[in-house]
Each structure stands twice: as structure tokens, then as C-alpha cells.
Design a protein around this ligand. Structure first.
Ligand code: ZN
Length: 253
């Protein structure tokens, strides 16, 4: 057994023990009260006395959008440093969120298999309202979904996240005809491309990924519902860039 496998087995064993302890705690709570009115998971998530689900650790509906953003970025830091804690991925959290969702963050990300949103932010069930498509484009269905995540479910942060070596952006840069419905994706990215400055460099590719993120942020910001939330300081909308090689998410200004 090599070192990595040994470590993985150790970690799995530890996780199983923690899950079992949580199950026992939860069982005792449910039995003791006769009815499940409150529960606390390993990371302090719970229902408050009014039965409102509190999400993202110590944060709740009273937290500021900036606090929520900081917590989100802290999760990515854990992931980058290879110290993920698997936040809210336990059984007790599953039970909690089966009664309702209050995701404090809505994210529009790319469908790319290398950018699984919950994983890269070290988050779990009920934390993130995630919309994904190739090229993280904001078409009416995506904007409608993000309006639901923010206006209805109460997310305080709306993030549009692009990533290094995005295939959809590359296809838009190449400008070749595509079969099926794929052409509609590149059409939504096309306005982000600065054709007069275009070259074959990696830098230009990366810059176009970022420009595409900001184009989609602009489209999201055209929603009157999103505008209202931003005006009332209930929401911040940010663009972000994910580095495939390091797993790091950085904000784009
Ligand atoms: Zn992509």
C-alpha cells in the first residue's frame, strides 16, 4: 500500500466515524424531542428557533454579501491548500436541507468536467445554487435561474466563473462553424472577443475567458430583479476566474 492510498483509507475511516457520531447525535435528538425541530451538523449548520435553515456555517440571512463572499473564498483556499473539510457533505446536512434550501451563493459556471463548483469551494448540500453550461453564458434560461437563486431563494452573492483553457471560448476564438446547436454557445461568447487585438497567444486566450466572464456579468446585471437586489445592498455580483492547474479562484475586476 503506498502512502497516498494509506492516507486515503485513514481519512475514509475517520469520515465514517464522524458520520456515525453525527447520526447517533441526530437520532438522540429526534427521539428526545419526539419531533425533529432542530439539528446541528458537524459544522454548526442548523435550523434556528423559527425553523429557518442557517447555511454556510456561521453565516445566515443577516450576514452581509461581503461576509458570504469571504466565506466562499475561504472554502476555495482550503481546496487549493489540499485541506478540504467536505463542508456540509454529511448525512445530517442531507436531512437538514431536505426541509428547504437557503443557498447564500448563486454561481454561473462552465459545464467543464474539471470545474466542479461545490468541490472547488469545499461546500456541500444546500450551499450553492449552481447553474452550469458550456462557456458560462448568461442566456435567458440561465438568467431566470439566477433570478430564482437570488430573488426567491435569497443568495447574497452571484458569481459568474470562467476558467483556464475553456473549450467554448476557444471554439468562439476559432470561429469555425459547429454542428448541431453548439453554434448558439459561441454566438453568446462572440461579443467578448477583441478581434482587432487577436493573436494565438495563451495570454490572449486567457484574457478572452476573462472578458467573456465580464460580458456575462453585464448580461446578468441587466436583469431588473438583480438590479433591485444590488441597489438594496442585498446582493453583490462578481466575476471570477478559475485556474485549472492550481484550483485557485480569483476575482476579476
Ligand atoms: Zn469552459
Amino acid at each position: 500500500m503506498d502512502f497516498i492510498e494509506r492516507n486515503r483509507k485513514k481519512k475514509n475511516m475517520k469520515n465514517r466515524k464522524v458520520a456515525r457520531r453525527q447520526l447517533l447525535q441526530f437520532g438522540a435528538l429526534a427521539l428526545g424531542s419526539g419531533i425533529v425541530t432542530s439539528a446541528t451538523s458537524a459544522h454548526g449548520n442548523s435550523f434556528d428557533s423559527k425553523g429557518t435553515l442557517v447555511a454556510l456555517d456561521s453565516l445566515d440571512e443577516k450576514s452581509t454579501p461581503q461576509q458570504v463572499l469571504n466565506e466562499l473564498i475561504a472554502g476555495n483556499k482550503r481546496f487549493v491548500e489540499n485541506k478540504p473539510e467536505g463542508r456540509n457533505q454529511d448525512y445530517i446536512r442531507l436531512v437538514e436541507v431536505s426541509q428547504g434550501q437557503k443557498p447564500l451563493v448563486s454561481i454561473l459556471g462552465c459545464a467543464d468536467s474539471r470545474v466542479p463548483i461545490e468541490v472547488v469551494f469545499d461546500r456541500g448540500l444546500g450551499d450553492l445554487f449552481v447553474v452550469r453550461d458550456a462557456g458560462n453564458i448568461a442566456t435567458p434560461e440561465e438568467i431566470g435561474s439566477l433570478e430564482y437563486g437570488t430573488y426567491v431563494l435569497g443568495s447574497k452573492v452571484l458569481m459568474v466563473m470562467g476558467h483556464e483553457k475553456c473549450g467554448a471560448v476557444k471554439a468562439a476564438l476559432d470561429g469555425k462553424p459547429l454542428p448541431g446547436q453548439m453554434g448558439s454557445i459561441v454566438k453568446a461568447i462572440e461579443p467578448a472577443i477583441n478581434r482587432t487585438a487577436q493573436d494565438d497567444s495563451q495570454e490572449f486566450y486567457t484574457q478572452t475567458v476573462k472578458d467573456n466572464v465580464m460580458l456575462q456579468v453585464k448580461r446578468v446585471n441587466e436583469s431588473p430583479l438583480i438590479q433591485e437586489l444590488v441597489r438594496d445592498n442585498k446582493l453583490i455580483v462578481v466575476g471570477a476566474y478559475y485556474k485549472l492547474r492550481t484550483g485557485e479562484v480569483s476575482l476579476i475586476n
